[in-house]
Each structure stands twice: as C-alpha cells, then as structure tokens.
Design a protein around this ligand. Sequence first.
Ligand code: G
Ligand code: G
Ligand code: MN
Ligand code: NA
Length: 254
Amino acid sequence: MILEKHLRTALQEEQLKMYYQPKVDPFSGQITGMEALIRWHDSELGEVSPAEFIPIAEETGLIIPLGAWVLRTVCRQNMKWQQEGVAFLRVAVNLSPRQFHQQQLVEQIIDILHETGLESKYLELEITEGALMDKTDETMNVLRQMKEIGIFISIDDFGTGYSSLEYLKQFPIDCLKIDKTFIDEINKQSMQSNIAQVIITLGNSLNLKVVAEGVETAEQLDFLKNHRCDEVQGYYFYHPLPIQDFEQLMRSKR
Ligand code: G
Ligand code: G
Ligand code: MN
Ligand code: NA
C-alpha cells in the first residue's frame, strides 16, 4: 500500500504538521479555545487529507504511534505558547476510534502531560459518537479516568451516530459538537433547522457545553446566537492555521 508506506516515512521524518483552528464565543467574538488538525504534505503525493490517511492509519495500526505523536506535539506547542505568553487556551485533539480503544491510552496521556508540563485542564479530547457508544463498559471506565485527571471531553460529529440518551447522561463528558451537516441546513429561507436546535436544547438540559462546527455564514451565526449555542467554529471566523499564522493572530488580539 503506497499511502501507508509514505505515511510511515512521513511520521519518522517529521513531515506531518499540526494546524490550529480557533473556537469563538459567538457573542463577544473572543477566541475561547482551538482544535488541532493534522496536515500532511508529501513530496510526491502532494497534500493528502486526513480524511484519506487517518482511516488507513486506523486499518494498519499506524494510528497508535501517529496518535501519540499528535498528542505530544500539540501538548508541547500549547505549553510553549503559554511560556511565551502567546496564548492560554485549551486545545482539542481528535481521537479516532481505535486510538480511543487502545490499551494504555490513559497512561500515555498522563506521560505526555508530565513530559510536556501541560496542565490537564488545557487538554480537550474530541471523540466521535460512534467510538463512545461502542464497548460502553470500557468507554465508561476510560472516560472516568480521563475525568479524574482533569481532561475536558467532547463528543465530535454529534448527531451523526446513535447515542443512547441513557449513556449520554451517565458518561462524564463536557461538551457536544454539533456536526457540520446540521449547521449546513441552517439558512435564512427555511428556518426549519431543527436538529441543531434540538441538540442545543439537549446539551443544555444535560448541562453540557454545545459547540457548532463548520459555521460559514452570518445567517448560521445569527441562528446559533438566537438559540444560545455556547461556542462556534468555522471558516466564517477562522480556517485551521499554521503555527506562525496562529501566533500572528494571537498577537494582533493583544
Ligand atoms: O481538518 P479536516 O477537515 O481535513 O479533517 C478531516 C478529518 O480528519 C476529520 O474527521 C478530523 O477529525 C480528522 N482529523 C484531523 N486531524 C486529526 C488528528 O490529529 N487525529 C485524528 N485522529 N483525526 C484527525
Ligand atoms: O471530524 P471533525 O469535526 O474533527 O472535522 C473537522 C474538519 O472540518 C476539519 O478538517 C476542518 O478543517 C474542517 N472545517 C472546519 N471549519 C470548517 C468550515 O467552516 N467549513 C468546512 N467545509 N470545513 C471546516
Ligand atoms: Mn473534531
Ligand atoms: Na466534527
């Protein structure tokens, strides 16, 4: 498999990069946090999307060392930004299903926090609904350990999976991220954007923070403000930014 071989090399030779997309308070416009998103430019293949290579990393098991690299790189970068006074923000890391269900994940995270010196409250993990609702006993156990450490936990792509409301109530989670497909349905003409609205109501009633992803228009933002969505993220505000651009943005805010 050619992509796998290239990806292995990319990981060894540090050709992978993390980008950072700000999350925003919809009312004040202030940056409240960020999501780390991996990027890969291969000299032969060009830009390869994580939508393409993460599934391959999952199939081949490469996601384990890759995932560890992502966590370490992101925690180290966040610590550096704090030390330099650039930003004091929580950073979210995406965990794919196999990564979430690996043995030793919690130990690995504890080690990385220790090694980088990052406080646990500055780390958020985004886990998809599908991964959480699989092997629920094990999931409960892992989530409890993460909560005990003080990590912030979000359900990513919420609304696309099959959440059991019972587990949603029981799991020690902090936040629901409304999937982009429901944000796409919001527009001026048809105000029947009911799923986004229902998710906000559900989140509020479970005392969870609700974040909208993929916000691209002023209409979507208005709708989300009217329905009291807590945070927004999307191209309307910021694209995922490379380190230098992120630093420039933060400096411009001071
Ligand atoms: O950023 P973009 O839209 O291209 O990401 C495509 C997909 O890849 C999304 O589902 C996103 O969650 C996932 N992804 C991006 N970065 C990472 C990462 O660092 N780790 C994992 N596991 N998935 C990621
Ligand atoms: O699965 P996950 O939610 O982690 O994926 C997030 C992906 O969505 C990232 O790859 C990011 O690049 C992308 N993204 C972020 N904001 C927007 C947006 O406003 N529009 C679109 N089309 N994609 C976005
Ligand atoms: Mn995500
Ligand atoms: Na998502």
